[in-house]
Design a protein around this ligand. Structure first.
Ligand code: ATP
Ligand code: MG
Length: 487
């Protein structure tokens, strides 16, 4: 695997004609290729980003001290690579793969090209394994499969990062390598995430790849490709990888900035025409490998910002078209106190349903419909007084549903917990509880069930199917807990 071999002479040289921020214009280098590395001497390197009739345009990696007009540049025969190795786990690196956590070097196994092609169709298998996020709403309604590309979209401060980080926390003990890729976020945001990962023991299976807003636009543009490249090392060795991109809006901004320096004509919303191509190239690198190719997987959770919930903006709509699902977070719901503030009506997962454990699929079948009925009746109830008994029932069910699916930060739910709650909901056992009772029940059910029916939890997790015998035991455990909650 890798890039097509480069057929160029090592001795090829050019001359620097112009330097504009991190973009260097070079004359000469007649046979270089896009994505290829050039050497400015003195340890300075660049990547070729484009050409015009006479000149080559290169993106300077690192700082520009020591790069001067008229200086000689040599073309290398190599694509741009970063050093990789399994000892990256637990570490933080920058966009060029250099450690930046003051813990010294890591053991480099080899160099991998950063702009490598995505897995081919022959190497891939259908997405059919469940990636268990521990978020009740996502696992039940918007399931994610291993190898899927799922977007987390919403306005600023709607809980996007929290959902992604919670998904990483929930991978503890599940043989998953997690990569948190910071793109253009403030240093404090990065520190907060790293702090949570460290505190919860998640760094033991995670890698942080970061270009904050203090890094150059070039680094912010490269960094998600770097994260994917590191992920591929593990995926190609048959491991499961989860990569969080936080966030892809900033990535598009960085690329727009570079394109303006490259003097490319701006297109829609001032983005260059090929931003769609660039982000497609990135997202294509997720996937599930077939058994012959190790059976590994790489799942992408891509975060993107929206403005006032507008999913039809240029970047959001591009991203939606190249991903397999969308979790839409709503500022309105966030303002109303819903946590997580996921808008069920706008969220969907295209391939994850196939991977969902049968028991979850059976129990969540009517959730979406119940929720839609609820929002409908709620709207009507504001217009007219005196609701029918049936409408009252719909409202009660909706309130129970929303109550049960509330979830605090950093508290992933277990499969058994999700099953118990969804079963109680489906059977209408929670419809008559008030908010306090519902809260207490949601809190206590798992502990109560563990106590009242030893082995039930293990049985649910192992079988993962709703047999009549399991149904009976679930119902009994729930009734007992309800009795305690009412008392
Ligand atoms: P930004 O646009 O700044 O990146 P974001 O959309 O990533 O924001 P977060 O930083 O994840 O949002 O969360 C915003 C705030 O909401 C934080 O203060 C966070 O602690 C809080 N929050 C998020 N999810 C929950 C939750 N489930 N329960 C309680 N608080 C939450
Ligand atoms: Mg965030």
């Amino acid at each position: 695997m890798g890039m097509a071999p480069f057929k160029i002479k090592l001795s090829e040289t050019g001359t620097i004609k112009d330097i504009k921020k991190m973009i260097v214009r070079i004359t000469g280098l007649p046979s270089c290729l896009n994505g290829q590395l050039v050497d400015f001497g003195g340890g300075n390197r660049g990547i070729i980003m484009g050409f015009d009739e006479e000149d080559v345009l290169a993106l300077l990696l690192g700082d520009d001290t020591g790069v001067r007009l008229g200086q000689t540049v040599s073309g290398t025969s190599e694509p741009f690579t970063i050093p990789v190795g399994e000892s990256l786990v637990g570490r933080m690196v920058d966009a060029l793969g250099n450690p930046c956590d003051n813990r010294g070097e890591f053991v480099v196994e080899f160099n991998r090209p950063v702009f490598a092609p995505s897995p081919t169709i022959i190497e891939r298998a259908p997405v059919n394994q469940f990636l268990y996020t521990g978020s009740k709403v996502i696992d039940a309604l918007i399931p994610v499969g291993k190898g899927q590309r799922q977007l987390l979209m919403g306005d600023r401060m709607t809980g996007k990062t929290s959902i992604a980080v919670d998904a990483i926390l929930n991978q503890k003990g599940r043989d998953m390598i997690c990569i948190y890729c910071c793109i253009g976020k403030a240093v404090v945001n990065l520190q907060k995430v790293v702090g949570v990962l460290a505190e919860r023991g998640a760094l033991a299976y995670s890698i942080v790849v970061a270009a904050t807003d203090s890094a150059s636009a070039g680094e912010q543009y490269i960094v998600p490709f770097t994260a994917a490249t590191i992920g591929e090392l593990f995926m190609r060795r048959g491991r499961n990888v989860l990569v969080v991109f936080d966030d892809l809006t900033k990535h598009a901004w960085a690329y727009r900035q570079l394109s303006l320096l490259l003097e490319r004509p701006p297109g829609r919303e001032a983005y260059p025409g090929d931003i769609f191509y660039v982000q497609t190239q990135l997202m294509e690198r997720a996937g599930k490998m077939n058994a012959k190719h190790g059976g590994g997987s790489m799942t992408f959770l891509g975060i993107a910002d929206t403005l006032q919930g507008d999913l039809t903006g240029y970047i959001p709509s591009n991203l939606i078209s190249i991903c397999d699902g969308l979790v839409s977070l709503s500022a309105t719901l966030f303002g109303e106190g819903m946590r997580p503030a996921i808008d069920f009506n706008l969220s969907l997962s295209i391939v994850g349903g196939r991977a969902q454990p049968p028991i979850l699929r059976q129990l969540s079948g009517t959730l979406r419909r119940d929720y839609m009925h609820y929002t409908e009746v709620l709207r009507l109830s504001k217009l007219q007084s005196g609701l029918s008994k049936e409408a009252e029932g719909v409202l009660k069910r909706g309130r129970a549903l929303l109550g049960v699916l509330q979830q605090a930060q950093s508290s992933p739910a277990s499969l058994a917990e999700e099953v118990l709650l969804l079963y109680a909901l489906r059977e209408g056992l929670l419809d008559d509880l008030d908010a306090v009772q519902l809260g207490r029940f949601t809190h206590e059910i798992i502990i109560s069930a563990k106590r009242s029916d030893v082995g039930l939890i293990e049985e649910v997790e192992a079988k993962s199917e709703l047999t009549p015998q399991i149904e009976e035991r679930l119902a009994a455990a729930i009734r007992l807990c309800l009795g305690e909650a009412a008392a």
